[in-house]
Design a binder for this molecule. Structure first.
Ligand SMILES: Nc1nc2c(c(=O)[nH]1)N[C@H]1C(S)=C(S)[C@@H](COP(=O)(O)OP(=O)(O)OC[C@H]3O[C@@H](n4cnc5c(=O)[nH]c(N)nc54)[C@H](O)[C@@H]3O)O[C@H]1N2
Ligand SMILES: Nc1nc2c(c(=O)[nH]1)N[C@H]1C(S)=C(S)[C@@H](COP(=O)(O)OP(=O)(O)OC[C@H]3O[C@@H](n4cnc5c(=O)[nH]c(N)nc54)[C@H](O)[C@@H]3O)O[C@H]1N2
Ligand SMILES: [Mo]
Length: 775
């Protein structure tokens, strides 16, 4: 993990609207800092265009790929980071031991630039040395072939991998014999992917972008759009200007949802005007959404009861409920029995405010509910997502124009990767079809997810790790234990564009395999290949790289996967290299195995691609009963947070770990979190003024943070600056990944296995680390 280096920054409230000139300035700074060659700047304007590449930034959809350049500060950062002219060469590795690189921060590691050669670790020199590609694949094949059991290897995927690379990867891994597919989704929207199928049948969005043009009410739960999906603000701006009601349900009043100056609108830029986005802010306690949504549902029911009594129009869409759903009576009875005291106590929202939110919801004729990590990284995330879905079902807000569910996905192809088979719990039908198409018996036993992979490594059950992208050692919880787990492996392999800490926290043997980014031209047999992704609203589109590759030695992810497979399994049964020579062959194979991909090659060649329409959008319910299900879940009185509170009283604080404005997950671009008014600092902890007073601290003091999970493992991080902030009492905010050492591996969401990184029980004490000398 990062050594605590003295940080010299400052805190100053941000008073301007989100985006606008502030964002433009940052774009220019990024391009200069990354030394992006002038010719490449024009490529930024090809982002998400009909003939351009798909932004590797996030999974937010775009309008038909045909609008004028959709400006997005963080998309530009992602592209600039990939297009940087800085290089991590064999000479760089010759100059640095791995031990010395470990002392650098994640920010510093990121600054070295793009990897250029395949490298192998040499324990005698503690350095990485160049290796020929062929030798690297042979080493992987040798290791995989000598394991006693295929389940001793685990195969990670980060959500940038294309459908083509991911499909071939899962084919290789299943032909090899395991379902060990940990992926970033396990730490991200897993609660959505596990929760929604049980209520509406499919774990995906039921809306498309056009629905925003018809919605009159938009509920945004636990999602920081201005930073993490900036293009979404453009959509919200249009909604706000049309008069739609936008509600932010978030412990923080995130700046971007207050006011927004659209970089797409010159008049707004020139006149320094802005659009007010959210008209209502509801600030629940961390993890309080379940109780809050239950309160809204209960209130809605009470209002509906009153309407029935007075012979007025009902608030429940009873036709929808009767025709399309199951379990409504049990659900309603549970709501009636729920105590208001528990609802108010657990949510941190007053009865009046719950009433006000219910009125807004009930007034909406077409409501979209969006959510992000604020809902999915808690113990009760699966039931929270289901409850939200039930609330939407009460008013028939699913499967009609302008209304529906929208889980806002993170990585640009995290959803597509799951669709094409990156799934540790594959369904039988998918495996049957793989078997029929490829003639091997795929393993049926479920595999390890992220957390189980780490535990299995610690237990010596997993000995080999391959990462298709990502930064496993840093993105995962319980950092020191995860590091230990990786170090115990026989071989770790990372397929990556840039150097990161997971390359340094390695197994006994280790490979770094450098790959093309999505913005780069991918030639196979002299023909440029496109790759496809699925965005947050299930649109599948193709993307062609436009930049020269960062090094002539790079291979594409698809080629790397094919060559690993050939070196391990041979090419008699499946001709791996044939697939990698022409990606349209992989798309044909996907079409055979999966529904919805008919004429895949033809349909992705149309600008904008095609919609992989989920059945729930058409009010077809792929549940066991064939109906949408109202599910009953209680407010949990046995949570680890409650137990910790009983033990530590009001000293116990609950901490969320979240993103600052200048990072992409574990990639730290800079040290500012502009909209939250933090500059040059990352080791900060946001705290309410009343808590500061109550705990006897003052803003500006430095604290050490200890997590109190209740096992024998000691978890703390040191030297964090207290920043007074508008955050509910008892709650803290700090940045990921610096605080990942505090997230216990065993603390996962019920029914999804996601680390509970938005509700960590912690204690604060004044830091024992000496403050840095005054500058
Ligand atoms: N620039 C940039 N873009 C990104 C990323 C990035 O790191 N940088 N990451 C990508 C990825 S993989 C993902 S998953 C997404 C993440 O995008 P987000 O889902 O926005 O993720 P976080 O930054 O973790 O922020 C979570 C938000 O949830 C709120 N929150 C925390 N706890 C609770 C709670 O209990 N209830 C409610 N209602 N709200 C809560 C926080 O205050 C914060 O506003 O963004 C994607 N896009
Ligand atoms: N405490 C805490 N932990 C969290 C979260 C949190 O909110 N709090 N969020 C979780 C979430 S939502 C997610 S999605 C995960 C993210 O986990 P990961 O997906 O594992 O992490 P990233 O930081 O996105 O991975 C960045 C690395 O990917 C590599 N890379 C970039 N582009 C490419 C490419 O095109 N191909 C290949 N092969 N490699 C590439 C680069 O080497 C870069 O260093 O973290 C999770 N961890
Ligand atoms: Mo994510």
């Amino acid at each position: 993990m990062n050594p605590p280096t003295p940080e010299k920054g400052h805190v100053a409230p941000y008073t301007r609207p989100a985006a606008g000139w502030g964002a433009l300035k940052y774009v220019a700074i990024n391009l200069i800092k990354e030394k992006v060659a002038a010719g490449k700047c024009k490529l930024l304007f090809k982002q998400n265009q009909a003939d351009g590449f798909d932004c590797p930034g996030c999974a937010w959809p775009d309008r038909q790929h045909a609008s004028t350049f959709e400006f997005c500060e963080n998309g530009v950062k992602a592209v600039a980071a990939e297009a940087t002219s800085k290089r991590v060469t064999p000479e760089f590795f010759a100059e640095h031991t791995v031990t010395s690189l470990m002392t650098q921060t994640d920010f510093e590691l990121e600054q070295h630039g793009r990897l250029t050669h395949p490298m192998v670790y040499d324990g005698t020199t503690d350095k990485y040395h160049p290796i020929e590609w062929g030798e690297a694949f042979a080493l992987i094949g040798r290791h995989l072939k000598t394991l006693d059991d295929p389940n001793q290897a685990s195969f990670y995927t980060s959500g940038r991998a294309s459908n083509e690379a991911a499909f071939l990867y899962q084919l290789f891994v299943r032909a090899y014999g395991t379902n060990n597919f940990p992926d970033c989704s396990n730490m991200c929207h897993e609660a959505t992917s596990r929760g929604l199928p049980l209520t509406v049948g499919v774990g995906k969005a039921t809306v498309v972008l056009d629905d925003f043009e018809h919605a009159d009410t938009i509920l945004i739960f636990g999602h920081n759009a201005a930073t993490n999906h900036p293009r979404m603000l453009g959509e919200l701006r249009e909604c706000a200007r049309r008069g739609a009601t936008i509600v932010s349900i978030n412990p923080l009043r995130e700046r971007g949802l207050e006011r927004f100056t659209s970089p797409q609108h010159p008049v707004e830029m020139l006149t320094a005007s802005s659009t007010k986005i959210a008209s209502m802010f509801v600030q629940p306690k961390l993890g309080g959404d379940f109780a809050l949504i239950k309160g809204v549902a209960k209130q809605l029911l009470e209002l509906d009861d009153a309407a029935v009594m007075h012979g007025e129009a009902r608030l429940i869409d009873i036709d929808f409920v009767r025709e399309h759903t199951n379990g409504y009576e049990d659900f309603a009875n549970d709501l009636r029995a729920e105590s208001w005291a528990d609802i108010v106590g657990e949510s941190g929202i007053t009865r009046e405010d719950i009433h006000a939110l219910t009125e807004v919801y009930a007034k909406g004729k077409r409501v979209i509910a969006c959510w992000g990590m604020g809902l999915t990284q808690h113990k009760h995330s699966v039931s929270t997502v289901q409850l939200l879905s039930n609330l939407m079902m009460m008013r028939g807000n699913i499967g009609r124009e302008g209304a529906g569910l929208l889980p806002v996905r993170g990585h640009s192809n995290v959803q597509g990767d799951r669709t094409v088979g990156i799934e540790e719990r594959p369904d039988a039908e998918f495996l049957d079809r793989l078997q029929a198409s490829f003639g091997f018996e795929p393993p049926r036993e479920h595999g390890y997810d992220v957390v189980n992979t780490i535990s299995a490594m610690l237990d010596g059950k997993v000995k080999m790790f391959i990462g298709l992208g990502g930064n496993f050692s840093v993105a995962t919880p319980d950092t020191p234990r995860t590091s230990q787990a990786l170090r115990q492996c026989e071989l770790t392999v990372n397929i990556a564009t840039k150097l990161n800490r997971s390359h340094l926290v390695h197994g006994k043997e280790s490979l770094i395999l450098p790959t093309l980014g999505r913005t780069e031209i991918d030639l196979q047999n002299g023909v440029a290949q496109g790759v496809t992704v699925e965005d947050s609203v299930c649109m599948v589109h193709i993307s062609y790289g436009m930049n020269e590759p960062a090094s002539p030695h790079l291979l594409s992810e698809t080629a790397i996967v094919a060559r690993m497979a050939a070196a391990t399994l041979g090419s008699e049964k499946i001709d791996w290299l044939w697939y990698a020579q022409d990606y349209s062959r992989i798309r044909d194979a996907i079409e055979k195995v999966l529904d919805g991909f008919d004429n895949y090659n033809e349909r992705v060649s149309i600008p904008g691609g095609f919609h992989l329409t989920p059945a729930s959008r058409k009010r077809v319910w792929k549940t066991a009963s064939g109906k949408a299900e109202f599910l009953v879940n209680p407010i949990d009185k046995e949570s680890p947070i409650r137990r910790a509170r009983e033990k530590y009283g009001d000293k116990l604080m609950v901490m969320m770990t979240m993103r600052s404005h200048d990072q992409y997950n574990t990639t730290i671009y800079g040290l500012d979190d502009r909209y939250r008014g933090v500059f040059g600092l990352r080791r900060v902890v946001f705290i309410n003024a009343a808590d500061l007073a109550r705990l006897g601290f003052t803003a500006g003091q430095r604290v050490d943070i200890t997590s109190v999970w209740g096992d024998a493992v000691e978890r703390h991080v040191e030297d964090f600056l207290l920043v007074e902030y508008d955050i509910p009492q008892g709650c803290l905010g700090a940045y990921y990944p610096e605080t990942n050492p505090l997230v216990p591996l065993e603390s996962t969401g019920d029914g999804c296995g996601t680390p509970t990184s938005k509700s960590v029980p912690v204690l604060l004490r004044l830091s024992t680390v000496q403050p840095p000398a005054a500058a």
